[in-house]
Design a protein around this ligand. Structure first.
Ligand code: NAD
Length: 338
């Protein structure tokens, strides 16, 4: 091992954020052990890393104990999009809770630092706006994903208090960018794919609910800073972009950037859909010197370029393609693009 080089475990390393996490750490010269069960992550995401001698892939479900030798852990394993975490809610809770216990036990045995990818969903449908870290949230107690993530945070702080461990907890707000799946049902990927394919953009409940969207490279910067911050900075700490937009505004931006003729159509609001979400990032600014630098228009342009290439590579006819009109019925469904 070179001086300063670490062996870093990234659970969920084949997922959207995990892939970016692995790439950035490899770029910094670290060795990566990527652990994933491929429930929502894909091999395609990490294909080009497989030949890198510093990168190792292990197919493993974090709900089972793991015995490996590493210097640091990023615990990212957990489905993040609603259609994925609602698909098998029992497994979602197990991943959050048993996964946290297993990774914390590993960190405890090795006496190493561990970072938890928590979520803005711990605030539920917030009454306080924007959300600071000391707000306790307004959560439906029978929602597997939100409560699982809340329990994981509790476990992190219990291990910290009881076993004097080195922990970091990041509350990640809605993040988007390259390597998202087109079929994951998240609002940014949905809108971009719908617009590129000339389909209507579906908003729910009028689209007046607000969200904040953080570009993925900004998020990874925030995680870097948190992981490498002094011992006494444990979090929880919000990492997100405070720019606040209604879902309808997002849809309009996507239509403008793609030049699509798609229309915006309205559907009934699903249960538990929060009406507003906006991070208060004062703590991240003060303690980590972090704030996002990529605005929504710029981030959307980059993400549109990525999805254009992805859909084209899978034979999806898109707006602007000559074959668009005739070929719409012969292309792959989105769910076949992993
Ligand atoms: N992307 C966001 O906007 C966002 C927002 C808030 C929190 N987060 C958190 O960040 C983390 C990563 O999110 P993402 O957007 O990359 O999601 P993702 O679904 O793309 O990635 C999750 C990864 O974890 C893997 N995984 C799931 N269950 C596993 C298990 N039991 N064992 C091993 N691997 C497992 C999946 O196969 C996938 O590769 C999650 O913990 C999520 O809750 C993400």
């Amino acid at each position: 091992m070179l001086l300063g080089q670490k062996r870093i475990l990234v659970t969920g390393g084949a997922g959207f954020l995990g892939t970016h996490r692995c790439r950035r750490l490899l770029g910094q010269g670290h060795e990566i052990l990527c652990v994933d069960n491929f429930s929502t992550g894909t091999r395609r995401n990490i294909e080009e890393l497989l030949d890198n001698p510093l990168f190792e892939l292990l197919r493993h479900n974090v709900t089972f104990p793991l015995f490996v030798e590493v210097d640091e852990i990023y615990n990212l394993a957990c489905p993040a999009s609603p259609i994925h975490y609602q698909f098998d809610p029992v497994q979602t809770t197990k991943t959050s809770v048993s996964g946290a216990i297993n990774m914390l036990d590993l960190a405890k045995r090795l006496k190493i630092r561990i970072l938890q990818a928590s979520t803005s969903e711990v605030y539920g449908d917030p009454i306080v706006h924007p959300q600071p870290e000391d707000y306790w949230g307004n959560v439906n107690p029978i929602s597997s994903h939100d409560e699982g993530k809340r329990c994981a945070e509790t476990l992190f702080f219990d291990y910290y208090r009881q076993h004097k461990m080195s922990i970091k907890v990041a509350r990640i707000f809605n993040t988007y960018g390259l390597n998202m799946r087109p079929d994951d049902g998240r609002v940014v990927s949905n809108f971009i794919c719908q617009a590129l394919l000339g389909e209507d953009l579906t908003v729910f409940g009028g689209g007046g609910q607000t969200r904040s969207f953080c570009y993925v490279t900004d998020l990874i910067d925030g995680l870097d800073r948190l992981m490498n911050s002094p011992e006494n900075i444990t979090g929880p700490i919000n990492i997100g972009n405070p720019g606040e937009f209604t879902i309808r505004e997002l849809a309009e931006k996507v239509i403008a950037i793609t030049g699509s003729k798609s229309k915006i159509v309205d559907r009934p609001l699903p249960e538990d859909d929060p009406k507003q979400r906006q991070p208060n990032i004062e703590l991240a600014e003060k303690l980590l010197g972090w704030r996002p630098s990529i605005n929504l228009d710029e981030g959307l342009k980059r993400t549109v370029t990525y999805f254009e290439a992805l859909l084209r590579a899978h034979g999806k006819p898109m707006i602007g393609d000559k074959r668009y009109q005739s070929a719409t019925s012969t292309c792959l469904p989105l769910t076949h693009i992993g």
